[in-house]
Design a protein around this ligand. Structure first.
Ligand SMILES: C[S@@+](CC[C@H](N)C(=O)[O-])C[C@H]1O[C@@H](n2cnc3c(N)ncnc32)[C@H](O)[C@@H]1O
Length: 230
């Protein structure tokens, strides 16, 4: 169960500021990713405390929920898959949509992608992505726009981790996946089987038992699948 509310925040194209970076640093510490321990992220120290604080900020209309402060199950599974199958991205351009912490984009860069763009509409996510890329000594491009109804039209690999957590979002994600697939891109989605996942249009590539952040899901380990478009 991923807590609802705020995931579909309106796109904000604000540049990453020192204040946004300071906010990310203040709420997190560098730690290995449970299922991808060769990568480290700025992860919330006290997950539920930060989540509750940001829920209050969300109600005041100040900021969306801190999706960037945790490696979600779908992102962990997809990052694991890329590091174990680097041929999927090696030498190719990749786009991670709804990148959050940047975990999947960082894995793609580590796996040898020629260029990786990490996209998120939340400025704190983009701040976290920059900090996390530096932590893992990889270079990423940042994209702030909402690409769900378009696609960047050029990346050879389209990557999405855990972005089907609300119905309207899942519908838009499927459209994005299908457009990219139709133009010949390799398309991969990591998802633990959230209720709105458009399963009928997907087929499984790999599945893993992924440790997740206590309190944010309904179990400590979630069976999580890397999907491709059918
Ligand atoms: C549950 S998190 C997943 C983060 C990461 N992919 C992972 O698996 O760990 C979802 C992320 O998608 C972002 N997001 C939501 N709607 C978006 C949109 N229309 N375009 C880009 N990012 C979006 C949120 O800001 C959030 O960072």
């Amino acid at each position: 169960m991923l807590p609802r509310g705020g995931g579909c925040a309106a796109a904000d194209a604000m540049p990453v500021t020192d204040a946004a970076e300071a906010f990310v640093r203040a709420g997190t510490r560098s730690a290995p990713v449970p299922f991808v321990p060769e990568l480290r992220l700025h992860i919330a120290d006290e997950a539920l405390g930060l989540w509750s604080q940001m829920q209050r900020a969300l109600v005041r209309g100040e900021a969306p929920l801190p999706f960037w402060a945790f490696p979600w199950a779908g992102g962990q599974a997809l990052a694991r898959y890329l590091l174990d199958h680097p041929e999927v991205v090696r030498g190719r351009t990749a786009l991670d949509v709804g990148a959050g912490s940047g975990l999947v984009a960082i894995a793609a860069a580590r796996a040898g992608a020629a260029r990786v763009t990490a996209n998120d509409i939340d400025v704190h996510a983009r701040a976290a992505i920059g900090l996390n890329a530096a932590l893992n000594t990889v270079s990423l491009d940042l994209e702030a726009g909402d690409l769900l109804d378009s696609d960047d039209g050029e990346s050879m690999v389209l990557l999405v981790g855990d972005l089907c957590y609300e119905a309207p979002l899942a519908t838009r994600v499927l459209g994005l996946l299908q457009r990219a697939h139709d133009r010949g891109a390799t398309v991969l989605l990591g998802d633990l089987g959230r209720p709105h996942l458009p399963r009928a249009h997907l087929e499984a590539v790999a599945s893993y038992d992924v440790p997740v952040i206590a309190g944010l899901e309904d179990a400590a380990v979630k069976r999580t699948t890397v999907w491709r478009v059918r």
